[in-house]
Design a protein around this ligand. Sequence first.
Ligand code: GDP
Ligand code: IMO
Ligand code: MG
Length: 422
Amino acid sequence: MVDVILGLQWGDEGKGKIVDYFAANYNVVARFQGGPNAGHTLYVGDKKIVLHQIPSGVFHQGTINLIGNGVVLDPVTLKKECETVGGFGVDLKKNLFIAERTHLIIPTHRALDKAAELSKGEGKIGSTLKGITPAYMDKTGRNGLRVGDLLHKSFITNYIKLRLKHQRILDNYNFTEDITQWEEEFFEAIEFLKELNIVNGEYFINEQITQGKKVLAEGAQGSMLDIDFGTFPFVTSSNTISAGVCNGLGVAPQKIKEVIGVSKAYCTRVGGGPFPTELLDETGELIRKLGSEFGATTGRPRRCGWMDLVALKYACMINGVTSIVMTKVDVLDTFKDLKICTAYTYDGEQKDKIPFQMSRINIEPTYKKFTGWKKETPGFRSDDELPLEMKEYIEFINNYLHTPVSYISNGPERDQLIKLYA
Ligand code: GDP
Ligand code: IMO
Ligand code: MG
C-alpha cells in the first residue's frame, strides 16, 4: 500500500522533517510532483540539510528513494544535491532511482521562467524561477525532453530543436541574458545523471507494492498551491494534492491508504497571491522571527498569519486527509493570545467555503480567540506534558475539521515530535 505525506497550506509546512521521521517505517519514499522549487529541510544529527529533488527518505539506510515521473527534474540541482548527500556517506547508486518518464528542466526553461515573471510586472506570481512552469508547459505541450531520452542518440538534436523554439519566445520577451554557463553546467550534469539508476518508474513502484513493500509518497508545495484547487493563478504548475500521487507515480487510487496532511499551527506563504489571515503588523513580524520564516529555496521572507480553518478544511476535503501533523507549535509558545480563522466574509455574507477567485475579492476573516499556553515546549516528548491551552487549541481544530491532529511537532529536529493520544 501507499501512504502519502503532503502539505495542506501554501508549502513549507515542514514536510521534509516529517517525511524523514516516518521514512524509517517505509521501504520506498517517492516524490510525485514539483521540482527544485521545493526546499525540504531536515536534520541529520545536528546538520541541517535542504533537499530540493531527492526524496526526504534518503538518510535512512535500506530505504529506496524514487523521483517519480510527475516531477520536473533539473539535472544541475540534482548533481549538487547528490554531492551534498553523498558527503554524508549515502550510497546513491544503491538507494536513488529516477523514473525515465520524468521531464527535464533545461536551461532555457529557467530563462523563460524569469522572462515571463518579469513581463508580469506588479501581477507577478513570485515564482522560484527554477523553470517549473515552462517545463510543465512543454510536458502538456508535448515538446518536453524526458530522463529516458538522455540515453537515446536523438537527444542532442531534440535538445537543439527545443532550445530554438524557446529562443524565439525569449526574443519576444527581449530576454538577452547569456545562458552559456547554465548550458555548460547542464551538459556536465546530464553525464552525471546518466550514471544514476534510471528505471521504468511505474513498474518499479508497482512491483514494490506487489511484494508487500511499504511506499510513502512525498508531496512538494502545498494544497493551496495546487494548479487546479489552489489560489489560481498564484499557484505552482503541478497537482500537489493526493490525486497527484496516481499520475505522478503510476499507482492506482485504491492503492492509497493513509493521507497524512502537514500543517503549521499558523499559516505562511511565500510569493504573491491571496492570504486572508495574513498579519501585516508586529504580530506577523514576530511569527516570522520566532519561526525563522525565510524560504528554504530562495531565502525570501515568508508572509505570516493566523491558522486558517476554512482553507485547511478545504485541503482536508480535496486530499481525503486521514490525519494531520501540526508543526511549529513551539513558535506560538510565547503568545498571550492566539487566533484561528473560522469563516470568511465576502460578497456581503459569512461563509465557510473557499471562493472561486480569491485574488479578485476582499475577504474578511472571522476569528475565534484562544489563550496562549505561554510555556516553552521544545523539550516536551510526551502528550501528557502538553499545556491545557494547547490541548484546547488542538481540540477545537479537530472538531472543526472532523479530522484528527495525530502528531505535533515542537522543534525542527527529528525527535521533536509528539504523538497525541486522545
Ligand atoms: P517543507 O518545504 O514543507 O519541507 O518545509 P521547509 O523545510 O521549507 O520549512 C520548514 C522550516 O521549519 C524548516 O526550517 C524546518 O527546519 C523548520 N521546522 C519544521 N518543523 C518545525 C517545528 O516543529 N518547529 C520549529 N521551530 N521549526 C520547525
Ligand atoms: P515546498 O515543497 C512554498 C511558490 C512560489 C510561488 C509559487 C509558484 O518547499 O513546500 P513556482 O516556482 O512553482 O513557479 O512558484 O509557488 N512555491 C512554494 N512556496 N514552498 C514551496 O515548496 C514552493 N514551491 C513553489 O513562491 O509563489
Ligand atoms: Mg520548503
